[in-house]
Ligand binder design. Structure first.
Ligand code: FAD
Length: 475
């Protein structure tokens, strides 16, 4: 009887898992493996909030495996070496995994695949994390897309696979090699800052399925109308489950397709396709995690200002909607999409700080930190990416607050020092008369900061920097 390694990465589930299905159907004894390799991912090693999520997702995966009589073999180190050692130790004849599409990971996997085949190992590689492969879609001229709408049109002309049934029972190995415990990976913070994350999330597959069911039943229909209101539970909050592969996108689409047709359902489908677009862009433009897709932005002069960066990170810019977003992120490891756009625009335009700084902070603080979606989102905000808002369109954080959080419900929740302000001042607390500041005990510049930069001044400075870049690139 053969012996197979199943290598788990961002596909931490057994259901709807194409490579897992083939592993259990191979008839070989299946050894599930997870390799933690923080040194390998360099700048993009799993960030703090994501490590918290990963700890729980791995424990949950262990539970799912143990119900099948299996264990998860956990090792640390360079994946190639660790796998090679396991192959030698166990006499492995087959290897199974699902593809990763982050360019550096994709290439490393490809090299490993070739090496293993040379050694006579049978390697099976599948897709379980995207609806379509990033290379499945290209324009009439054979080029990858850079604009979302034609990408969506082309996407729709392809058939998306149904979820696969991978619920069968594997052949259980007769003996097991040594393994670390999940807790041995040291993924949980030493100082416990994760209380907010614990109360906001159920980081298990069952938690993801429950959320998917609730969203389909309660929020899908009105998604198009409610998705921009940060105080409402109007979005699915499935992003971390999708990032870690506790749910697959095929499962999400299949769960929603029997629901009655509505604008909400159509809009949601388009958002899921934005995720595919993000992978399409990064896969075809491998350095856009750090470099602007539009080369003219290499000539952009960003500021350096540690104080302003810290004010933004800590939610102390003096703009309530920005500060609420940054504090929601710190407290829950997640931020509403509308507010992600507002805070990103504020960093890049009002503060004129590089989008890469914002991307790094999000990377460390989001439980759904995903290199493709994060890079796309930040380049979009910076005006330098695919389908980006033109740089000269500067979000006004006051008007955005008034429009999407008219009664300040979201601000009051995450910036409690402003909770008693009348609606009139909730997005412009610096306009409060001194007597009101005194009676509410919210002295601006003391209990709550004055704006780090005045809106018009920030906007004008951003537009001038953009103009200078255009002149430089014309020369
Ligand atoms: P829903 O509104 O319920 O959408 C459903 C799913 O569609 C999401 O779970 C997600 O997988 C996908 N999706 C929705 N919007 C986008 C989008 N704009 N781009 C790509 N996929 C999308 N998303 C991440 O998953 N990880 C990130 O690191 C990330 N960083 C971002 C950074 C910035 C500056 C911006 C503006 C957006 C970023 N996004 C990121 C996209 C988006 O904000 C989140 O996917 C969304 O807020 C997740 O919440 P949800 O699951 O409730 O989304």
């Amino acid at each position: 009887m053969g012996k197979a390694i199943y290598w788990f990465r961002n596909d931490l589930r057994l259901a709807d898992n194409s490579a897992w299905k083939l592993a259990i159907e191979s008839g070989s004894q299946v050894y599930p493996v997870y390799i933690h390799s923080p040194d390998d991912d360099g700048e993009w090693a799993v960030g703090g909030a994501s490590r918290w999520w990963l700890h729980h997702a791995l424990q949950d995966l262990e539970d799912q495996l143990s119900r099948k009589g299996l264990r998860l073999i956990i090792r640390v180190g360079d994946p190639e070496r660790v796998l090679q050692a396991l192959i030698n130790e166990l006499g492995i004849t087959e290897a199974f995994w699902n593809k990763r599409y982050i360019p550096a990971q994709f290439e490393a996997d490809d090299r490993l695949h070739t090496d293993l085949v040379k050694q006579g190992i049978d390697v099976t590689v599948c897709n379980s994390s995207l609806l379509l492969e990033p290379w499945d879609i290209c324009s009439g001229s054979g080029q990858p897309y850079r604009v979302y709408t034609p990408f969506l049109r082309a996407f729709r002309s392809n058939e998306v696979q149904d979820p696969v049934n991978s619920d069968g029972d594997p052949v259980v190995p007769c003996s097991w090699p040594g393994s670390l415990e999940v807790s041995g990976l040291g993924l949980l913070p030493e100082i416990d800052w994760a209380k907010g994350l614990r109360s906001f999330w159920k980081p298990t597959r069952a938690g993801g399925l429950e959320r998917l069911r609730d969203f389909a039943r309660r929020e899908l229909d009105a998604y198009d109308r409610m998705r921009d209101i940060p105080s409402e539970d109007g979005t699915s909050r499935l992003s971390p489950y999708l990032h870690w592969g506790q749910l697959g996108p095929r499962e999400v689409v299949a769960a929603l397709s029997p629901m009655p047709d509505s604008n909400g359902k159509e809009t949601y489908y388009r958002e899921i396709v934005w995720r595919e677009f993000a992978y399409h862009i990064l896969f075809n433009n491998p350095d856009t995690d750090m470099k602007p897709l539009q080369p003219s932005f290499n000539q952009f002069t960003w500021r350096e200002d540690a104080g302003d960066l810290e004010a933004w990170q800590k939610g102390l810019t003096g703009y309530p909607i920005v500060d609420a977003g940054m504090r929601q992120l710190w407290e829950t490891g997640w931020m509403h999409n509308r507010v992600r756009m507002i805070v990103a625009s504020f960093l890049v335009k009002h503060l004129l700080l590089p989008w890469q700084e914002g991307a790094r902070w999000f990377w460390d603080t989001l439980v759904d930190a995903d290199l493709a979606s994060n890079s796309l989102g930040w380049q979009w905000a910076g005006g330098c990416g695919a389908d980006a808002a033109p740089y000269f369109r500067v979000f006004n954080p006051i008007l955005q607050g008034k429009k999407f959080d008219p009664d300040g419900e979201y601000v009051r929740k995450y910036v409690p020092e402003l909770k008693d302000l009348p609606n009139r001042y909730i997005h412009t607390p610096w306009e409060m008369p001194a007597s009101m500041q005194e009676s509410l005990q919210v002295a601006i510049g003391d209990q709550y900061p004055a704006p780090v930069i005045e809106h018009k001044q920030g906007r004008d400075r951003a537009l001038e920097a953009f103009q200078q870049m255009r002149e430089r690139t014309k020369q």
